[in-house]
Design a protein around this ligand. Structure first.
Ligand code: ZN
Length: 277
């Protein structure tokens, strides 16, 4: 991708969690004014709102909904909990459909009461239990591998190789992967696995941010692209090489930036996007 294409922001998407202090209405106004074209929506941002109303509002701001975050959390030792989660995922699919989001991102889950192998089996069962609903609603599902530091409670799917293998075994055009540089940048097989995602038409989403050195919080200390040690440009070039034509979704969970002026933060994101994405 040329610098010019990045300069026009036509593929820049921002996840609402990035500017958490803003309501979705405020985010829409500010993103739109800044020339951002895509928005990914955290389900909490829809709380107490008419989803169709939000969909209309986003359209009026010329923002394309890229994904709804998040579904998943399938594994649990307790059967009833697993059943409840499947229902919860079906609700997420319905919400995505109403919002006009073409994709639900899956943070797959993990339960320390049982083995990782059992959690992985339940993740597959859980996705297979909802894939029919998703396909009928015209909503795709993206398995997002999470950094291994989250293998305890957030996800038993920790590498892109695992996510690819899972998408391949489920073997549905509705199920693919989301690649978040924060989770996979360290992986020596990353280039190969990105190529594999592309060849299997499984590459549904690409999330960008940076890994701060040192990282002070395992969840909420992500950096803006260029601030840390992730070779975002290099990874993007591998994603581009697959023919990926989707958005670059900025997803920055940051206690530090959430305490600052969000308009200034947005300016920094856009500058960094142009320079380092
Ligand atoms: Zn992500």
């Amino acid at each position: 991708m040329s610098a010019k294409m990045l300069n026009d922001l036509s593929r820049l998407c921002i996840h609402t969690i990035t500017t958490k202090p803003w309501s979705i209405e405020e985010a829409a106004i500010h993103y739109s004014k800044a020339g951002v074209k895509g928005i990914s929506v955290w389900r909490d941002a829809l709380h107490n709102r008419s989803i169709r109303g939000v969909a209309t509002m986003l359209r009026e701001h010329d923002l394309k909904v890229v994904s709804l975050c998040r579904g998943g959390f399938f594994p649990a030792l307790d059967l009833q909990k697993r059943i409840n989660q499947i229902d919860e995922n079906k609700r997420a699919i319905e919400e995505a459909h109403e919002l006009g989001a073409p994709l639900v991102v899956l943070v797959c889950g993990s339960d320390t009461e049982q083995s990782l192998e059992d959690s992985r089996k339940q993740i597959r069962d859980g996705i297979e239990a909802i894939v029919g609903e998703a396909a009928a609603a015209g909503v795709r599902l993206a398995i997002e591998p999470l950094h291994p530091m989250y293998a305890d409670t957030r996800s038993a799917i920790n590498t892109l190789a695992q996510a690819n293998a899972l998408a391949e075994v489920i073997n549905s055009p509705t199920v693919g992967v989301a690649i978040d540089v924060y989770h996979v940048w360290w992986d020596p097989t990353l280039e190969f696995e990105i190529k594999r995602s592309g060849e299997n038409r499984h590459l549904f989403a690409f999330h960008i941010c940076d890994w701060n050195v040192p990282t002070t919080d395992l969840l909420n200390d992500r950096g803006i692209m260029g601030e840390g040690c992730i070779p975002v440009n290099k990874i993007r070039s591998w994603v581009e090489a697959t023919g990926f034509e989707g958005f670059y979704e900025v997803e920055i969970f940051s206690n530090k930036y959430w305490q600052q002026d969000q308009s200034e933060f947005l300016k920094k994101i856009i500058k960094a996007y142009k320079e380092n994405s």
